[in-house]
Structure formats: structure tokens, C-alpha cells
Write a new protein. Sequence first.
Length: 502
Amino acid sequence: MVFTIMVFEYLLLLFQVVVYKNKMKICCIGAGYVGGPTMAVIALKCPDIEVAVVDISVPRIAAWNSDQLPIYEPGLDGVVKECRGRNLFFSTDVEKHVREADIVFVSVNTPTKTRGLGAGKAADLTYWESAARMIADVSKSDKIVVEKSTVPVKTAEAIEKILTHNSKGIKFQILSNPEFLAEGTAIQDLFNPDRVLIGGRETPEGNKAVQALKEVYAHWVPEERILTTNLWSAELSKLAANAFLAQRISSVNAMSALCEATGADVTQVSYAVGKDTRIGPKFLNASVGFGGSCFQKDILNLVYICECNGLPEVAEYWKQVIKINDYQKNRFVNRVVSSMFNTVSNKKIAILGFAFKKDTGDTRETPAIDVCKGLLGDKARLSIYDPQVTEDQVQRDLSMNKFDWDHPLHLQPMSPTTVKQVSCVWDAYEATKDAHGICILTEWDEFKKLDFKRIYDNMQKPAFVFDGRNIVNADELREIGFIVYSIGKPLDPWLKDMPAVA
Ligand code: UDX
Ligand code: ADP
């Protein structure tokens, strides 16, 4: 009997070793907002694949291995808990996992260059290049290398050159598989993507690689939603999609200025416009401006590519999307200052929301940074509350130079001084106590449910609300006694005839 059990256990072990050995292995370099959630969902949906997410940042990997994940994303905790230790691993042993992988996703930082050729527009491919050189260095078997992070068009070609010139006979196939998830809804987006895009070389080897990656996604994505293109089309589609989305927001924000000037209501206008099935209702919410790590960076990239290809008119066209976004943020600051007797010097302003959108703690390129800097420029005192953003992050953001945010954490400059006029609190009521005005900069659901009567009673008078996300009921707040500014809505009598143009 004992012998039979031993034989059985041995056979089981042998079976596991064989299966384990034949298991496809995926490694993702970069455990950030894209790499982490994407790989967690691949691991969940493909139990037959072993997925390792690697990063040079020790604290980031430690956090992925803990109960306190490094990013806040609804639904992510559950997915990670189900797969971590089963077929999902987070590690700092970058080389080992890359060496063992069949498919290597690269999802590292691609900051905007701050100096040299293309400064302020072109992508800095330092991290990408070093990842590619490392892959070439440590590989002992053929690999598919997948661009996951957004990169300029033709990056694949550059990466291909690095890999093939250092390959020692190993064959690399490079694919572009841009990620379209939006933060705050990343898990939903990954579970049910509008499309998965895979670009590859149009050669037999290229097609084989595309097919291999397609099979990974086919575990849960319907075949007709997996689009395959050539490499350049895939790379450019990502930039184009983000540019189109950002353009819609700048279009509606431009309309919001005109609405304020004419007495029209931007919500009514965008509803009417969006009812046209050719236009559709999404991404037409007027706001204080778009933020996030992608839109501005990708458009700048697009602009640079157009300029490099001798297309200045096309470059100018896309530049305008960013100009309107900057104009919208300036306009908002000017509304605040001009409404409050043309000065906010030493006045307490409550900032509700600092993240670039709700349901994320991400502050990259958040409009809150520019609005806060504008108010600080006029010597305001800021009391900031965001349910997911720490004081440390706010201080970093307010003292960092443009584009510095997009480097691995340990390479970001430490904030030399804390901005003294800024304090962060963990409650909207605390933030608004004794304040002269409130700026709502992120559309967190909890802000819609605040007791504004209680807030009003504890504020200086006249009490102002500047709603940068159009989430409060302005009429109700006016009933309470507030002076209210809502983006693109008919103006409060108080605000009429006050200059707000940047
Ligand atoms: C975006 C793209 O949507 C996604 O496909 C891509 O992969 C990455 O970039 P993300 O930046 O995470 O995703 O969020 P998104 O929902 O697109 O919002 C971007 C910014 O636009 C936010 O600041 C948001 O508040 C703002 N926005 C969005 C508006 O101001 N109005 C809208 O109607 C929609
Ligand atoms: P994204 O939003 O595109 O996911 P993040 O900045 O959140 O971007 O993540 C990029 C990650 O890539 C960071 O955690 C950074 O530490 C990591 N990284 C950058 N370069 C390398 C590299 N050469 N090897 C491993 N990880 C890297």
C-alpha cells in the first residue's frame, strides 16, 4: 500500500515537472500601472501560463508581494490574491525571469525628453534601450519581445536593431501590443477590451509570433476583437487613439468657455451633440482639464513625429489640443482669483481631489498640479484632501519640474523643500473648515454626498465653490448661500463681468 502511494506521488511529481517545464512563461519588465494589472489579468485568465512581473524598484516589488498593492485600482486586489504564488510572481530578479521567458513584455518608463534633441516633446528611450540590451545580454533561447508601454512610432525598429546586433544567434521577434486600459477601470477594461491590437512584422516568423500572442489573449477575448496589423500601424494607433480622446475633451472644454460667455450650458450642449450616433456620448464631459500619464505625453510625441516627418501643419493641429488644455486650467485659476476680489493672498482654499481622475491615486499630469501652482503663485494657502493621495506625493508633485515624474521612483529628484503653504488632511470637512473657497478638482463620488450646509457654516463668507468637474448641484448650493462656479454653465451673477480669460 505504502509503495503504491509512493509510486503515485512520484508519478504526480513527474507529471507536474513535465507540465511545469512545458508551461509557457511570460515575463513583464516594469511593474507599473500598465504592467501590474495587465499581467495579473493574463495570469488569472491563463492558468496554464506562468507570469512573472519584474522591476528594478525593490519597494515596488515588495508592495506587489504585500497586502498593500503599490497602485489603487478597483478589483485589482482580488485578481492578484487569486493568482499570486500560483502562476503570478513579482520579483526583482529581472535577468532570471527574462532568461526563462518565451514572451517578454516591456512596460518601462518612456519620459518626455527634457534636454537635447526633441526636448519637451520626444520620448526618452533610455529605459527602453537598457531593457532591450539586457534582454539581448541574458537570453539563451529565442524570444518574442512585446512593446507594451506607449512608444514613438518606429521604436520597434530601433529595438529590433539593438536585439539583432547583440543576439549571439538567438532569434527575437518584436511585436507592438499597446495597452488601452484606462486607470480606475483597468480591470474591467482588461476583462472586456474593445479591442486588442497586435502589430508584427509581415514575415512568416513575424506572423508566427503574432499568432502566439493572439493565443494568449484568445483565452478570454473573442477572436474578432483581436486585431492584427503591421508594427508601425499598431504603434501609431495607440498615439492616434489617445490624441482623438484628448481632442474630444479639448473640444468640449473650448465649448465650455463659449458657453460661459453666451449663457449656454455645456452639459446640455454635449448631451445634444453626443446623441448623434456618429459622435457618441463618451469623453464629452467638460472639466478643469485632462491629466494622466498618457494624453499629453502621447500628443507631444505625435507632434514631434509630425515635425520630424516634415508635417508642420499636422503638428500644429495636434499641439492645439494641449494648448486648449493649458488654457482651461489657467482659465479656472483666473476664475477663482478674480471672483475672490482679485486676490487669494493668504486665503485658505480647500482643494478637494488631487488625483487626475476618480478611483485612482495616480497624480501624473493631474490638472490639480497646475491649478495648485497657479493659486500658490497668488500666495493662497491650500488645504488638500484626496482619498487616495498622500501628502508626500502632493509635496513631490508641487515641487517637481515638468516631466520629472516619469522616471523610476528611485531616480526622481527628492523634493528639496516642502511647499509650506500646502497642508494635506484626511477629511473634506477638515479641508474646508475656515476656508474662503473650495476647488473641486477630481470627481470622487464621495464629494457628491458631502453635507454642504455643514461645510458652508464652517467657512469664511462669502463662501465660494469652484466645481472643476461639474459634480455638485449648483442650484442647491446657491440655496445654501454659496457662490458657485461650474465649468461651462450659466454664470453666477457674482461672476458676471469678471475677467477669466488666461
Ligand atoms: C487614457 C486612455 O483612455 C486609455 O485608453 C490609455 O490606455 C491611457 O490613457 P487614462 O489616462 O487612464 O486613460 O484615463 P481617461 O479615462 O482616459 O482620462 C484621462 C483624463 O481625461 C482624466 O483627467 C479625466 O478626468 C479626463 N476626462 C475624461 C475629461 O476631462 N472628460 C471626459 O469626458 C473624459
Ligand atoms: P506605466 O504607467 O506605463 O505602467 P510606470 O511608471 O507605472 O509606467 O511603470 C514603469 C516601471 O518600469 C517602473 O516601476 C520602473 O521602476 C520600471 N522600470 C524602468 N526601467 C526598468 C528596467 N530597465 N528594468 C526593470 N524595470 C524597469
